[in-house]
Design a protein around this ligand. Sequence first.
Ligand SMILES: *[C@@H]1O[C@H](CO)[C@@H](O)[C@H](O)[C@H]1NC(C)=O
Ligand code: SF4
Length: 482
Amino acid sequence: MAAARGWPRKLAAVAGVLPGGGGPGPVPETAAPATAALYVHWPYCRKRCSYCSFNTYVVPAVDEAAVRACLVREAQTLLRFSQVHSVTSVFFGGGTPSLASPGTVAAVLEAVAGAAHLPAGAEVTLEANPSSTSASPLAGFRAAGVNRLSIGVQSLDDAELRMLGREHTAAEARKAVEAARGLFPGRTSIDLLFGLPGQSRDAWAQRLEATLGLCDDHISLYQLTLERGTALAAQVRAGALPAPCQDLLADMYQTARNVLVATGFRHYEVSNFARKGALSTHNLSYWRADQYIGVGPGAHGRFVLRGEGSCSREARVQILEPVAWMREVQSQGHGTRSRVVLSPLEQLEELLTLGLRTDEGITHEPLFSSPAAPLGTGMLMPSPSLALGTQRWEHFSPQLSLQAVFGEPGEARALQQEGWLVLDSGGLRCTWAGLAVLDSLLPDLLWQLQRVLGAARRPSRGTLAEERAGGRGVRAVSGHNG
Ligand SMILES: *[C@@H]1O[C@H](CO)[C@@H](O)[C@H](O)[C@H]1NC(C)=O
Ligand code: SF4
């Protein structure tokens, strides 16, 4: 149980003693041809859901032609900066990108294909809400180049959907999933929330069963978190709704993974389940610390500015507010709010925090060593030909091996002995039990990493990695980019 393991006090003990963030210079990227995943943020919704803290706006009218032109221009600019020669996947998130017209999606994809290579069959996902998802617009998105759909079902109970402030009913959710499966067979994912205020263990078991009768081969499961400033959090604080208890939440999560695995799903990442190899290539590239480019208001990216002669990985965030973002794109070609060169330690912290979210952990096996691998090729099976399985690690840490950092007596070894972690020739990964409590294991591991790299420092509120890529905390809130 997550509650059984607390945050280690020793982290607090060293805080402030040693200088922050140091280490040698940034890790140079190799000269291999650059690839990246690309995220596109559509920043509008029709109505704000009661639990939502994402970067989304409800406006009377959207100037879609202007937004489209800016998305296209920013994608072109950032692809030029990064000199990416091949885009491995594209993800349209939001907001509610299914409210955009297929023409906008097509324009962005054309721009990507024009500025870099977009291999035929590369995963192109669109997030869709059931209320904006009838068969005909979906067919338009498919014609525009979308080949995977992620549907924000969230619940299959009308009372829960009302509490969440969603626009759709359970019946509409079912219809949307059925229409999507007809058009994107094997490539329709659904998002589901658990831990709603007042939700009982039995109610959750019923939702799961209903979901199994409806779903395709991919499910993203999120624990509802009550984010400050949301309507739902205010209701709970005012006592109008009960706060979910931690033991029940842990139990719901455990029930879900047992049920899903028993029905043929692979629990391949903390929040994600897939069968028949239907893993999300796009999200895997976050968890594997590949390069990704973020386009649109508030989008995040991690890439090297090769076009500018740089060899350092940067964290980049675009301007949050759509109108301000558009003004900047129109004048500068991109609306970047901040860029930070990541230190070697920060890069390894990201690799560790994100890599351990997957069942494969931190290994080398290239999933889609450009271009995208076909689906269902057993993408995550460790390859016996790749001895030691630590080359992914070595890419970021050529000098200090995974074994050198975590193989010595210390935190990682203790976690292995307690049954949470494995370090072997396949790399470093969580056990089945460990994956459920990853957030409580990370402080120990980050501490060991910092200590061995000689750069112990105050652990920030969250690492850069947690801030992004499904990582608002280990069990992310919901299926939207922020
Ligand atoms: C997958 O990536 C998309 C796009 O960044 C994001 O909105 C979504 O939350 C991610 N899903 C998970 C489970 O992390
Ligand atoms: S939860 Fe999703 S659909 Fe609801 S307001 Fe937020 S971004 Fe929009």
